[in-house]
Ligand binder design. Structure first.
Ligand code: 6GU
Length: 246
């Protein structure tokens, strides 16, 4: 998969050299290209923003550098990328979005600073490309760079060969399947006794059926406590008699 990221803070994307994403790049599974938007400015001050039409606080990112940057990046590859526009005004980025994006061969991210990018840029590319305006949650950040780190990590770990164990994301919170829409419960490792605290005995029992039941109960309990909204929207057929007594 190829990823292009256009930003006025290329150094903000340095974490993409580390850990899971860094290793995927080193192994040739991910081709990540970070571009400085100011490369496509032509004035002495490398201006990327201006005051908003209609007034109001803050600054808006000018369309011309984005247009030149995106034209050059799009022309540099084969086929069309999906354009991912991080914005607190976007659709929620969730696990289903990550799965969908992980199926694409090429994504271009446009993290903005200030009050966002002149709307005409998104409208222009929306006529030629698939565009996804995405928010990572209901809070406001100073720019789209941290959301790009979040989205790239969520997508990269779904790519074939990136995780060591193909089953590693089978039981993820939000993964499709039997535990669909339940948060993962607690996990334990050795030693069996730590500071007077035991590991739940069922996990040492070797009874795979009982262990699966216990894990599902814990997941259900945790979800009811922290995310009752997830229980309310789940299919009643996905529940069973044991869930109902919890
Ligand atoms: Cl994608 N950008 C910004 N600036 N703030 C956000 C966000 C994105 N998602 C949640 N808050």
């Amino acid at each position: 998969m190829r990823l292009d990221i256009v930003t006025i803070f290329p150094e903000y994307l340095e974490p993409l050299n580390v850990s899971l994403v860094g290793k995927a790049r080193a192994r040739g599974l991910l081709d990540v290209r970070v571009h400085d938007l100011r490369r496509w400015t032509h004035d002495r001050h490398n201006t990327v923003d201006d005051t908003p039409y209609g007034g109001g606080p803050g600054m808006v990112m000018k369309p011309e550098p984005w247009g030149e940057a995106l034209d050059e990046i799009i022309a540099s590859g084969e086929g069309d990328p999906v354009l991912v526009v991080p914005t607190p005004s976007g659709r929620p980025f969730d696990q289903a979005t990550a799965v969908e994006l992980a199926e694409k061969p090429w994504l271009v991210f446009t993290p903005a600073r200030y009050e966002g990018i002149d709307r005409r840029v998104i409208d222009e590319y929306g006529e030629r490309l698939q565009v996804r305006e995405l928010s990572i949650g209901d809070y406001v950040l100073a720019g789209g760079e941290a959301p790009v780190l979040v989205m790239v990590e969520a997508v990269a770990r779904l790519l074939p060969g990136v995780l060591g164990n193909a089953e590693s994301h089978r039981d993820d919170s939000f993964a499709p399947g039997a535990m669909a829409d339940l948060l993962e419960g607690p996990v334990y490792t050795k030693p069996p006794l730590w500071r007077g605290r035991d590991v739940p005995e069922v996990l040492l029992s070797g009874h795979h059926g009982r262990i699966a039941r216990w894990r599902r109960d814990e997941a259900f309990r945790r979800t009811a406590r922290y995310r009752p909204d997830l229980i309310e929207r789940c299919d009643p057929a996905a529940l069973d008699a044991d869930d109902r007594k919890l």
